[in-house]
Write a protein that binds this ligand. Structure first.
Ligand code: NAD
Length: 245
């Protein structure tokens, strides 16, 4: 490891040790080493479709069967993966911290499986379904689904309980993420291109409220110039170094 990187690792460890309130924002990059493709990576395509063409209310209205086929494929992919050392390191950090909140854009449930508890899921959960008829939410982990598209016991069409392109985030979750960001002493942003709003604003909200902003990503992002400490590399390798306890 380069001497500058070593100094940065020590600075992050110290910041985490001394912080009263820690907030972490994760994106698709943290699950990449578990084998789940990011949307913007080269493996982001399914058949000939881009995610933006499938994860939308209009796509679901047009062809719910096709949208569910894609989600059924993604659910199968996620079911075959395991949390990686990055997910486990964050669960350890939560256990040792006085006040810890994990804000995630991911829908894969790998943070839960690694043992994280206090999670704000900004974009929903691939293992939860929502009835478009009666509005009931329920957990459904069956892979593959026996019926596509699936239906509720009330007869209504089920949809994935995920925030699609063009939809608003659940207000209570967003509000909680916003106040968590304002209150954080340390805010770590991991594996997100920081292009999807409003999630991309949260690190800046934290920074404006005087948090120490730490970024972990394979590459530079629009947030990098705002970070107090940037570490470039794989989250699954860096997080266990930053959180060695
Ligand atoms: P993104 O695809 O836009 O960006 C991924 C980022 O992760 C990039 O900046 C990339 O450089 C970085 N990255 C890739 N591998 C990494 C690694 N091993 N370690 C550290 N960084 C790494 O992802 P996003 O910003 O989360 O936005 C995509 C949207 O798509 C989100 O809203 C999310 O809900 C959804 N999505 C979720 C999943 C999932 O649940 N696993 C997967 C794909 C997309």
């Amino acid at each position: 490891m380069h001497i500058d990187d070593e100094a940065r690792v020590h600075s992050v460890r110290r910041a985490l040790r001394e912080a009263g309130r820690i907030a972490v924002l994760t994106g698709a990059g943290i699950s990449a080493e578990s084998g789940i493709p990011t949307f913007r990576g080269t493996n982001g395509l399914w058949r000939k479709y881009r995610p933006e063409e499938l994860a939308s209310p209009s796509a679901f209205r047009r062809d719910p069967g096709l949208v569910w086929e894609w989600y059924d494929w993604r659910r199968g992919l996620v079911a075959d993966t395991e949390p990686n050392p990055g997910h486990f390191a964050l669960a350890r950090l939560e256990r040792s911290a006085a006040d810890f909140t994990l804000i995630t854009q991911n829908v894969d449930g790998l943070h839960d499986r690694a043992g994280s508890q206090n999670i704000l899921k900004l974009h929903g959960d691939i293992w939860q379904v929502l009835c478009t008829g009666c509005g009931r939410r329920s957990r459904n982990t069956r892979v593959p689904l026996p019926e596509l598209p699936p239906h509720c016991s009330c007869g209504g069409l089920l949809r994935p309980d995920i925030v699609w392109f063009g939809e608003s985030l659940p207000q209570d979750v967003l509000q909680a993420a916003w106040s968590t960001s304002e209150a954080a002493d340390v805010f770590m942003v991991i594996g997100t291109s920081a292009l999807v709003q409003p999630a991309a604003s949260l690190p800046l909200v934290a920074k404006e409220s005087n948090a120490c902003l730490i970024e972990i990503n394979m590459e530079e992002t629009a947030l990098s110039p705002h970070a107090d400490i940037s570490l470039h590399g794989a989250a699954g390798e860096l997080l266990p170094l930053l959180i060695p306890f």
